[in-house]
Design a protein around this ligand. Structure first.
Ligand code: G6P
Ligand code: MG
Length: 213
């Protein structure tokens, strides 16, 4: 199937590296500091969702809900980010999902263009830390996108930056919101992990690599 496409657009968290747990642990610690518990399934609810939108989801689990001003919300989201940064500060190539380098090399040797469509403002740091930045022909800045996943914007922008039409590209995601985004943008969706809204799903990146080889 690899020869059918000219571009591959990757999500980062939960696809190229297993940072979804670190994101969730940071939210859980924030909730604990605020005096409430976060159930385990919230990990899937915040997958692919921007920092401030994720905060609203997290706050909805407070049994004594409060009203927060925008500035208070920004302060809470910043606190979560600091907790998260502490967890990823020592990330290196060893933290890549198994098969990542081989997959990126395979795409390069087939002259396939590669882009990143991550909602995370920490993505450039991680690409650098994990030493894979040079594989990417385009990295979408989530700040340049008006509507986050599940809206199509970020995947459309990635295709535009690659100078390709969406139907010429594959999108790879671990989040239901991300798969929705890929589908509405018109790329071919591939899921990683457990997803109910995608036909072609692999348990991990290594399995996708084996399929492509
Ligand atoms: C990814 C993660 C989300 C996270 C979002 C924003 O999509 O899956 O869990 O909320 O990025 O990340 P940031 O690092 O900017 O807070
Ligand atoms: Mg993800």
């Amino acid at each position: 199937m690899i020869k059918k496409y000219k571009g591959f657009v990757f999500d980062l968290d939960g696809v190229l590296t297993e940072t979804s747990n670190a994101h969730f642990e940071a939210w859980r610690e924030l909730a604990t500091e605020m005096g409430f518990e976060l159930p385990g399934h919230v990990i899937d609810e915040v997958r692919g969702i921007s920092r401030l939108e994720s905060l609203d989801i997290v706050l909805s689990y407070d049994h004594k809900p409060k009203e927060y001003s925008y500035d208070e919300k920004v302060a809470l989201a910043t606190r979560k980010n600091n907790l998260y940064l502490d967890k990823i500060k020592a990330y290196s190539q060893a933290d890549l999902s198994e098969g990542t380098i081989e997959l990126l090399e395979l795409l390069k040797s087939n002259h396939i263009r590669i882009a990143l469509a991550s909602a995370s403002n920490n993505a450039p740091f991680l690409l650098d830390a994990m030493k894979i930045k040079h594989y990417f022909d385009a990295v979408v800045d989530p700040k340049s996108i008006s509507n986050g996943k599940p809206a199509p914007d970020i995947f459309l922008k990635a295709c535009e930056m690659l100078d390709l039409e969406p139907h010429e590209c594959v999108g790879i995601e671990d989040a239901e919101a991300g798969i929705e985004s890929i589908k509405s943008a018109g790329l071919y969706p591939i899921g990683i992990g457990k997803l109910s809204n995608c036909e072609e799903v692999y348990p991990d990146l290594k399995s996708l690599l084996s399929h492509l080889l």
